[in-house]
Unconditional design. Structure first.
Ligand code: F6R
Length: 364
């Protein structure tokens, strides 16, 4: 079942090129998002002036990535709500609001309740779901299935990547239906999307190298993940991966927030993992990194940028293949899944079955 891998999580990390291919390629043709095989009517996207993404855990992080993309690219306002909060929020919704529910299992109790509320209040609903025929799939107006195949490990990996891909596809469709991008821009989007997916194979080839870095930080008590913009969503997800399986006390921060408190936690040797794929904030991010380096942190930078100007302010570099900044999601995510995986194996824990966690949370 594990196909020769030591753990399901490891197999599922390696499943990602195929999962992404299967989720994306049937749905992009000649620079257009084609949801006809999914029976998703264009009407649901027409006239949308606001998007609310709601989900839990890893799926919520995919929402953070989606928000950054949609707002940057097509200028429709997006909020990302934890389903456990949204369901009790008395949210303001109308027929121009598109509510996107993201879920691997399709059975998460809070996400289902959030969907039901959105349906009751007259919003349009679409869910991004991995498990066919699940409750959330059945109760949404439309479903965009992710084709990741079964995910067995408790810690989600391939499901996250395809959930993000689902958000990119929805962004493209929203743009197309509402004339928010030209044909040329949509073609460019598809080219960049495909190119970014191709980088995942390259990152998987860095497995041994990333394992070597993992060994250096394996005995740490705590760790911090830093990112800005799109990279903050990636930081949150990478951080959750590490803490849920390795039991390292990890936190993700928008890098600019550090000096508002957290920097007091940085001491000699504490690992800081900085995700640096966004050109517009790169100097700012690296200035934040320099501050933690000066306090003795062990700095690991994950980037697709040229770091020659920043030598000396990091200890380890995970140089992933370059992509357009808005498509940097996939390469850095996979690199950091590998990091969490190897740290956990070094610490001797059961990667697939972390304590106290269930694969699907069907109670509130
Ligand atoms: C973390 C993880 C969880 C789930 C969350 C939502 O690795 O898997 O945080 O993402 O419980 O589950 P789904 O996506 O099934 O709604």
């Amino acid at each position: 079942q594990k196909g020769g891998y030591d753990f399901f999580m490891q197999k599922e990390i390696y499943d990602q090129p195929e999962a992404l291919h299967n989720t994306i390629m049937p749905r992009i043709h000649n620079g257009h998002a084609d949801f006809s095989a999914d029976n998703i009517s264009d009407d649901i996207f027409k006239g949308v002036n606001r998007v609310i993404v709601t989900a839990c855990g890893t799926a919520w992080h995919a929402g953070l990535v989606g928000r950054h993309l949609i707002e940057a690219m097509i200028r429709i306002p997006v909020t990302v709500e934890l389903a456990s909060e949204f369901r009790y929020m008395n949210p303001i919704l109308d027929e121009h609001t598109l509510v996107v529910v993201i879920t691997q299992s399709g059975e998460t109790a809070d996400s289902l309740a959030a969907l039901r509320l959105a349906n009751e209040r007259g919003a349009k609903t679409i869910s991004i779901v991995n498990v066919k025929g699940s409750s959330i799939a059945r109760e949404s107006d439309y479903v965009l299935y992710t084709h990741a195949g079964p995910e067995i490990a408790v810690a989600s990996t391939k499901a996250f990547s395809v959930q993000c891909a689902g958000m990119y596809l929805i962004a493209l469709k929203l743009a197309e239906v509402n004339n928010l991008m030209t044909d040329e821009q949509m073609k460019d989007f598809c080219d960049k999307f495909e190119q970014a997916i191709g980088t995942v194979e390259e990152v998987l080839k860095m497995d041994d190298y990333i394992k070597g870095i993992s060994e250096k930080i394996k005995d740490t008590f705590s760790a911090f993940y830093l990112g800005r913009g799109l990279d903050y969503g990636i930081a949150c997800e990478a951080c959750l991966k590490l803490k849920e399986i390795s039991y390292v006390n990890a936190e993700a921060y928008c890098a600019g927030e550090l000096k508002h408190g957290t920097i007091s936690l940085i001491t000699e040797g504490v690992p800081i993992i900085a995700i640096a794929t966004q050109e517009n904030v790169l100097p700012k991010l690296m200035a934040n990194v320099e501050e933690v380096k000066a306090r003795g942190a062990h700095v690991i930078v994950v980037t697709d940028k040229d770091m020659s100007n920043y030598e000396g302010i990091y200890d380890d570099l995970i140089q992933v293949p370059a992509t357009d900044d808005l498509f940097a999601t996939f390469a850095s995510t996979v690199a950091l899944q590998l990091l969490a995986y190897h740290v956990t194996v070094f610490r001797g824990y059961d990667v697939d079955q972390p304590r106290n966690l269930a694969k699907s949370v069907t109670v509130e």
